[in-house]
Design a protein around this ligand. Structure first.
Ligand SMILES: O=C(NCCCc1ccccc1)N[C@H]1CC[C@H](OCc2c(F)cccc2F)CC1
Length: 332
């Protein structure tokens, strides 16, 4: 399975913008030569960009797919509205349904792939727009059924202590501190696994961002300096308010999804062919979190790769072989 990856200015993808439900989205569009065997929509997570799928796009083009990769709301060359409610999983699902109609035509079924928050989005897309889903996969992020009762984030932390960093991200400190190229670079290097001279971490799922360590952190081992430069320039456009709004949506998601939870299996089961690829060393989303998924799916495949949360870049050959195996079955 080829290991080549997109460069920031890659001729294999076009750049497009389109206004969707009031927000302007930027997306990469890769067209296979002959009529496509299908359309796949790739959804990135936090803190990432459409470019986060750089190791996967060439493989997907080789499968004769039309590949659509948006910068999600708040990121890159897509708008970053102020209100957190706009970033709800239902709004994201509805935006992507409109984007799919724009690219593939109204009512056309698509394949969806998500990583991290993008994995949460694609699972919810499958609940809100089941008729549009040809197949769906998530890297790292398990499916959590809509809940009949609201669990406020502080209480969720008691059940899922590995989510503790999300309380900090939903607050004002990280947004206020991570301003300007220098601190954006330190922040991104930190999130992508950079360490200090004595292996100090400046982010853990227990502490969140450790501000006093940020300026000690060296470059991430997962990206070239040019790639980090690209990310820093893309993040400088909006700063961190938009990306952090994704962590301020818990109550909006609960309220929107309550009718699904109350309808039970009819609205909370995923029928389309599905795949989850877990990352063995993901400290935020460990494979154990996917243990109970089977009861909500008609057709679920599970695979695991030996990687951290950033499996797309750290184990691309393994991730890509699982995706290729899954899609070859879906496309034949
Ligand atoms: O915060 C996220 N990613 C940032 C990771 C940063 C990191 C960097 C370096 C090393 C480790 C981590 N992702 C979110 C994605 C949505 C998730 O919410 C959905 C959800 C539930 F609420 C309950 C059960 C399962 C489930 F998926 C919550 C984590």
């Amino acid at each position: 399975v080829s290991l080549d990856k997109l460069t920031p200015a890659d001729p294999r993808v076009e750049h497009h913008t389109v206004t969707i439900r009031g927000n302007t989205y930027h997306y990469l569009l890769g067209n296979s030569s002959s009529p496509p065997a299908g359309t796949i929509l790739l959804v990135h997570g936090w803190p990432d960009l459409s470019f986060g799928w750089r190791y996967q796009v060439p493989l997907l083009l080789s499968l004769n797919l039309r590949v659509v990769v948006p910068d999600m709301l708040g990121y890159g060359r897509t708008d970053a509205p102020e209100a957190a409610a706009e970033y709800s999983l239902k709004n994201m699902s509805d935006d992507l349904a409109a984007l799919a109609a724009h690219v593939a035509g109204p009512g056309e079924q698509i394949i969806l792939g998500g990583h991290d928050w993008g994995g949460a989005v694609v699972w919810r897309f499958a609940l809100w727009h089941p008729q549009l889903v040809r197949a769906v996969f998530s890297v790292c992020t398990p499916y959590a059924p809509p809940r009949p009762a609201y669990i406020a984030p502080p209480d969720l932390i008691k059940i899922l202590p590995n989510f503790r960093y999300q309380l900090q991200l939903a607050g004002p400190e990280v947004e206020a501190y991570v301003v300007g190229k220098e601190r954006l670079r330190q922040f991104l290097n930190t999130l992508y696994g950079g360490r200090g001279p004595n292996r100090e971490a400046a982010f853990t799922t227990a502490d969140g961002v450790i501000f006093e360590n940020l300026d000690k952190v060296g470059p991430t081992p997962l990206m070239s300096v040019e790639e980090v430069d690209f990310y820093v320039n893309e993040y400088e456009r909006h700063g961190m308010h938009g990306p952090l709004n994704w962590y301020r949506t818990a109550k909006f998601n609960f309220d929107e999804e309550l009718p699904l939870a109350e309808a039970g299996d009819a609205k909370t089961r995923v029928k389309a062919p599905s795949l989850i690829i877990t990352a063995s060393r993901d400290s935020a989303l460990p494979p154990s979190m996917s243990a109970n998924m089977d009861k909500s799916f008609d057709d679920l495949e599970k695979r695991e790769v030996n990687a951290s949360h950033w499996a797309l870049w750290e184990a691309p050959a393994d991730v890509n072989s699982h995706i290729a195996e899954f899609l070859t079955k879906v496309l034949n």
